[in-house]
Design a binder for this molecule. Structure first.
Ligand code: 13P
Length: 250
């Protein structure tokens, strides 16, 4: 039985003081949850977030990393750097990075491999545009992105990965995929993983839904058998609302 994993992606929001106060509040509000909870904070908050999350059930992730360990890459942060301060998770290939920062399936794959090399757990984002969905290509796009992101990984690595299915048209728009549509897309991703790595592996992979997840729609989404939790943007900035999402009970 897979557990539900609920991650907040703060994107480019929250100053260190906000992060400190938020994590303290969230840890109290969600202290009894059975679900896993991750906060993916901006780089400048990570150290404070890690200090606050110590001795709580909250895990900390970053939102991106470079695929090289070190070198002349001005302004970049490596997986080794994140691991060294205690970060556990890292979002890779978020659609905003694919769209605005030239992230490709190839760099996503390099980053996923680099994350495993240093012991970080990747949260890999895949998702189709509205145009692709309307053309009936959604399933092809998301299964291709998944296949390319996982290329060259061992079965042991694949079974510990988190995939976030985030349809681009649902991100920050207030438009959520219906629970049935999200379930079908996630099923297609799991089927693709099963074809390549076997059903045993595919059944272990956590596949989240992301895109306008709110307190009011999260239960319906998380009740779906293949939706293993969510990657939450806007609603993860409000402690009370995010806590309600995290405190999901099946
Ligand atoms: P919203 O929840 O704000 O739509 O963002 C989703 C997202 O991009 C999470 O990574």
């Amino acid at each position: 039985m897979r557990k539900k994993v609920i991650a907040g992606n703060w994107k480019m929001n929250m100053l260190p003081n906000d992060a400190i106060n938020f994590i303290e509040k969230l840890s109290i509000l969600t202290k009894d949850t059975q679900n896993e909870v991750i906060i993916c904070a901006p780089y400048t908050d990570l150290f404070y977030a890690l200090l606050m999350a110590q001795k709580t059930h909250i895990k900390i992730g970053a939102q991106n990393m470079h695929f090289e360990k070190k070198g002349a890459y001005t302004g970049e942060i490596s997986g080794e750097m994140l691991k060294a301060i205690g970060v556990e998770y890292v979002i890779i290939g978020h659609s905003e990075r694919r769209q605005y920062f030239a992230e490709t399936d190839e760099t996503v794959n390099k980053k996923v491999k680099a994350a495993y090399e240093v012991g970080l757990k990747p949260i890999v984002c895949v998702g189709e545009t509205l145009e692709q969905r309307e053309q009936g290509k959604a399933e092809q796009i998301i299964t291709d992105q998944t296949e390319k992101a996982l290329e060259g990984l061992s079965k042991q690595q694949v079974e510990t990965i988190i995939i976030a299915y985030e349809p681009i048209w649902a991100i920050g728009t207030g438009k959520t995929a219906t629970a049935e549509d999200a379930e079908n897309s996630i099923k297609a991703i799991r089927k693709k993983i099963a074809e390549q790595y076997g059903n045993d592996v595919a059944q272990k992979v956590i596949i989240q839904y992301g895109g306008s997840v709110k307190a009011e729609n999260s239960k319906e989404l998380f009740d779906m058998p293949d939706i293993d939790g969510g990657l939450v943007g806007g609603a993860s900035l409000i402690a009370d609302e995010f806590a309600e999402i995290v405190n999901y009970k099946g």
